[in-house]
Design a binder for this molecule. Structure first.
Ligand code: AP5
Ligand code: MG
Ligand code: ZN
Length: 213
């Protein structure tokens, strides 16, 4: 099963991916997490991505695609994958669909989490993220057991540098302008389903299971 988990910043892609990947037995490929790993390690790719991420803009398609194509070719992705935060432009979606076809595979399902902008801003303002494993928390809805420490791996839990109000607004603008047409693209291919992303985390997981089938 090759699945795309689609949605605006803060929709709950990372939160739901953690649940779905375990249940489906497929790896999560999250482009934002990959960039943050490079940033932390100070690689040239991380340096390249930094300025775009901090401004809430998209990293250029060619840079993202090179990374995703390499990741999809790894053996653990052979029997399926869950894509989180990719594709984010129609160009990226076209590259993905063509790659799948060339490799005798297909995009099987696109599930789009729908959450109103104001709820997204509120979620991101109080999100906390693990520096080591990327685990996602929220001060009110999903707190860590011990302050500042990741429940899953013991890593340091902090606020992401792009989770300030100004950058969040810019990320939302980028989403509406450049990313939301990706949903139309997949709808025209008959692959996309919209899922209400408002409610408690377990109810949304259940809606996603039903949509994926
Ligand atoms: P990325 O890391 O992908 O960020 P994003 O898309 O902005 O999405 P988020 O990770 O912020 O949100 P999410 O949907 O995962 O929500 P989460 O589960 O954490 O990308 C970062 C940057 O990298 C981009 O801006 C861009 O520069 C670059 N980039 C990445 N991919 C790229 C690409 N393909 N092309 C070009 N550039 C790319 O949840 C959010 C919060 O809400 C958490 O605190 C969570 O606990 C809480 N929460 C979750 N569910 C609920 C609920 N049901 N109710 C209440 N709270 C909830
Ligand atoms: Mg995420
Ligand atoms: Zn962790």
């Amino acid at each position: 099963m090759n699945l795309v988990l689609f949605g605006p910043p803060g929709a709950g892609k990372g939160t739901q991916a953690a649940v779905l990947c375990t249940e489906l037995g497929v790896p999560q490929v999250a482009t934002g997490d990959i960039f943050r790993r490079h940033l932390k390690e100070g690689t040239p790719l991380g340096e390249k991505a930094r300025s775009y991420m901090n401004k809430g803009q998209l990293v250029p398609d060619e840079v993202v695609w090179e990374l995703v194509a390499a990741r999809l070719s790894e053996s653990d992705c052979e029997s399926g994958v869950l894509l989180d935060g990719f594709p984010r432009s129609v160009r990226q979606a076209e590259l993905l669909v063509a790659w799948m076809k060339d490799n005798g595979r297909s995009v099987d399902c696109v599930v789009a989490l729908e959450v109103p902008d104001e709820a997204l801003v509120a979620r991101l303002a109080r999100r906390r993220t693990c520096l080591s494993c990327g685990g996602t928390y929220h001060l009110d809805h999903a707190p860590v057991r011990v302050e500042g420490v990741c429940d899953a791996c013991g890593g340091e839990v902090v606020q992401r540098s792009d989770d300030n109000e100004e950058t969040v607004r810019a990320r939302l603008e980028t989403y509406h302008k450049t990313t939301s047409p990706v949903l139309t693209y997949f709808e025209e291919l008959g692959l996309a389903q919209r899922v209400n992303g408002v409610g408690d985390i377990q109810s949304i997981s259940q809606r996603l299971r039903i949509a994926i089938g």
